[in-house]
Design a protein. Structure first.
Length: 90
């Protein structure tokens, strides 16, 4: 017995999609609602996972940018140290 509260919603779906939904419902002996809920759940999971992936990629991109800047700064300091050494020994 499903004790999760549910809310009825209404949406327009292309006729061909409804035809396909009816075919699947008939083949599986499940209701339209069953298949719509399953499909919507998979879609929402996919969207959440994609959002997490995008956030992770942005964080990695930011970290690589910071690392690249730090490495450039380190190279500049190394070059500056070399220049100072050269000037002191000239």
């Amino acid at each position: 017995m499903n004790t999760t509260p549910s809310i009825a919603i209404s949406t327009r779906i292309p006729a061909e999609m409804v035809k396909g939904l009816d075919e699947v419902a008939s083949l599986t002996e499940r209701s339209r609602s069953f298949h719509i809920k399953k499909a919507l759940n998979l879609y929402l999971i996919n969207c959440k996972q994609q959002s997490v992936k995008n956030d992770t990629l942005q964080e990695l991109d930011s970290a690589f940018s910071e690392l690249n800047a730090a490495l450039k700064n380190q190279n500049n300091l190394s070059t500056l140290d070399n220049l100072i050494d050269e000037l002191e020994h000239s």
